[in-house]
Design a protein around this ligand. Structure first.
Ligand SMILES: [Zn+2]
Length: 337
């Protein structure tokens, strides 16, 4: 998708709009647009219209905003829609990961094409031939479920879906003036997102290029998310881009050990893979896991206790006697592209 295309309707340029403080760590594309957490980040390959399923898995696992990669804390989880029926329902199931309010309003503000759903809802809108007349933003209290399924037609790819529930706020923006006002209000009342060191490390790894190859970190972060419980997301094995993790038994075997052996989870912190280490340290240092991850893990734990295989076809197959070093070496290698 092209930005700055003369056919594109005016969003305000990224340099003319003050940025929320919480976006300060995002890298910028050559035109100055912050590169949001849910899209691939490789230089020369920035496509604001293409969600990365691997990144969505990381966002779901660590429970992060799809724009800034920071936690929600006490803030609501916002979804943007141009469809009134969807926007006013009590529960929304979307292939978009939720975001902070200020992040949603900023993205809509700077350029309607930077973020969902503008970039993806219909060719006419995308090409700038037609603007949605009204944009609906809905603030939900919780993400109730995340799961993989087809995005629509039987032939379509399977993608991750987010079900958000417990609506607490709604915004209806029917003009750019209203959008500007709403954004100004959100900006003025923006609270600082307080995070600990482990959360900072996750946000950094997710929004910076890989340290060794300067590539997009989405794949290595999805692998890391898999180990700490992303493996147990319902339907994840068939989601676009996840075959590598689903088909290699090593990934789910390690995820099961992290789940079932607290001692292993602790030792796994010493892995020399930066991404896995960040994820495992994050996991081990949580007082409470985010609801979604906790539910995935609980289901897998119950299955393991009742002797049923975990979801996906790669529940076992690893010789437990294999040394930790060997597993970790494998994790490191396989986690690369
Ligand atoms: Zn955010």
């Amino acid at each position: 998708m092209t930005f700055g295309d003369s056919r594109s309707p005016a969003g305000r340029g990224p340099r003319s709009v003050p940025k929320p403080k919480r976006l300060a760590h995002l890298r910028l594309d050559p035109r100055g647009y912050p590169i949001i957490a849910v899209i691939g980040q490789a230089p020369g390959d920035i496509d604001f219209g293409a969600l990365s399923e691997r990144r969505k898995l990381a966002l779901a696992t660590f429970d992060l905003c799809a724009v800034c990669a920071l936690p929600f804390g006490e803030e609501l989880r916002w979804q943007v829609s141009v469809d009134e029926a969807a926007a006013t329902a009590k529960t929304l199931v979307s292939s978009e990961a939720p975001v902070h309010e200020v992040c949603a309003l900023y993205a809509a503000q700077v350029c309607p094409f930077v973020s969902s759903p503008y970039a993806r809802h219909g060719d006419e809108i995308r090409r700038g031939l037609k603007r949605p007349e009204v944009t609906f933003l809905t603030g939900f209290r919780q993400t109730a479920r995340v799961f993989g399924r087809r995005s629509g037609l039987q032939t379509s790819e399977r993608v991750l879906h987010f079900e958000t529930t417990d609506v607490e706020q709604r915004l209806r923006l029917s003009s750019s003036a209203e959008a500007i006002d709403a954004y100004q209000r959100a900006l003025q009342t923006e609270v600082e997102v307080t995070i600990d060191e482990a959360e900072r490390e996750i946000a950094t790894r997710l929004t910076e290029l890989t340290t060794e190859e300067s590539e997009d970190s989405g794949s290595v972060m999805a692998g890391a998310a898999w180990f700490v419980g992303g493996a147990f997301c319902p339907g994840v094995g068939k989601v676009q881009g996840m075959q590598r993790f689903a088909e290699d038994p090593m990934y789910t075997a390690l995820a099961r050990r992290v789940l079932l052996e607290p001692g292993f989870a602790k030792k796994f912190e010493e892995t020399d893979d930066l991404y896995t280490r960040a994820a495992v340290k994050w996991l081990n240092s949580r007082d409470h896991l985010p609801k979604i991850l906790a539910s995935w893990r609980n289901t897998a734990l119950n299955r393991a206790r009742h002797g049923r295989p975990s979801p996906g076809k790669s529940g076992g197959g690893i010789d437990p006697r294999k040394s930790k070093r060997k597993l970790q070496g494998a994790a490191r290698r396989k986690n690369r592209r």
